[in-house]
Design a protein around this ligand. Structure first.
Ligand SMILES: NC(=O)C[C@H](N)C(=O)O
Length: 313
């Protein structure tokens, strides 16, 4: 039996086209994806909603919270078996992880996008939408948290990241790999996430900054944090979670001011942990009160700290 799937559009390349004269990729008022839905109807009964039509660099945490409201309103009015959200790929992982934390539905919620716009040769939009609808239509996709489906792979919102600026195989889960695949005839899951965090929020009224740590970094930028009104900081530390010694004084000052500092590794793989005991090493940072966030990228750790701070209100 066909499932009832809600498709929420938010914009991105999947809803864009190449302008005939300029060659630039643009959003048009009439989302070209809306015309393509007939090709997907064979897999599920589709209800479409256009939440917004934005390039994903224009998506903010406020917009992500609006998306949560859209989902809540739709589910309050009608029974759906799964939800698919189309989104630009640049910040897709942040919206996916925001939804992972801010919702706790057991029905499948699947994000998808495209690397090639609707009128480009080899456009991957309709195909990815179809694959996402097929995944959202399976019972197995429920209770696995928010999922991301592109290029025939199923990833969790927690581990997926955009790894290539233009390749259609850009979405990868460096640490753990995909949790399933989509083939021509079926959807297969290989494993499932172990746990899920729920951080319900009503508004976004906190600010969290993020810095990639680099060799020779000085403390001046971090010193600006309290004056600029930031409520928390995420540091993408070196290696296993270390920083240059020049940052230690300002880190202590921020912690004394009760501004939480979360540390992740700037490495593509592995986790930040308190290993090194030299000046600026992870052991010293942990002793000072810096929090280590295991297995999250900087951008995901930033979303999590933001929601934690907003949830405390
Ligand atoms: N492939 C894409 O969707 C990239 C686009 N710049 C966006 O994120 O909106």
């Amino acid at each position: 039996m066909k499932k009832n799937i809600l498709v929420i559009h938010t914009g991105g390349t999947i809803s864009m086209q190449v302008h005939a004269e300029t060659g630039g990729v643009i959003l048009s008022e009439a989302n070209p994806l809306l015309k393509e839905i007939d090709k997907i109807q064979q897999f599920a009964h589709i209800t479409e909603v256009e939440a917004f039509n934005l390039p994903s660099p224009h998506i903010t945490p406020q917009k992500m919270l609006m998306l949560v409201s859209t989902i809540n309103e739709q589910l309050a009015n009608q029974q759906f078996d799964g939800i698919v959200i189309t989104h630009g790929t640049d910040t897709l992982e942040e919206t996916a992880y925001f939804l992972e934390l801010a919702t706790n539905y057991t029905l499948p919620i699947v994000l998808t996008g495209a690397m090639r716009s609707s009128n480009e040769v080899g456009s991957d939009g309709v195909y990815n939408l179809m694959a996402a609808v097929r995944v959202a239509s399976t019972d197995e996709a429920g209770e696995k948290g928010v999922l991301v489906v592109l290029n025939d792979e199923i990833h969790t919102a927690t581990s997926v990241t955009k790894t290539h600026s233009s390749s259609v195989s850009t979405f990868q889960s460096p640490q753990y790999g995909p949790i399933g695949i989509v083939t021509k005839t079926a959807v297969y899951f290989h494993h499932a996430p172990l746990s899920r965090t729920y951080l319900p929020i009503r508004s976004i009224d906190k600010k969290v900054a993020m810095f990639k740590i680099y060799a020779g970094m000085e403390g001046e930028l971090l010193e600006m944090i309290p004056a600029l009104g930031y409520d928390g900081v995420v540091l993408e530390g070196l290696g296993q979670g270390n920083v240059p010694p020049a940052l230690m004084t300002v880190i202590q000052t921020l912690l004394d001011k009760k501004i939480p500092i979360v540390l992740v590794s700037r490495c593509f793989n592995g986790v930040a942990e308190a290993s090194y005991a030299y000046e600026g090493g992870g052991k010293m940072l942990q002793k000072m009160g810096v929090r280590f966030e295991h297995g999250l990228s900087g951008q995901k750790a930033r979303i999590k700290l933001l929601l934690e701070l907003c949830a405390q209100e």
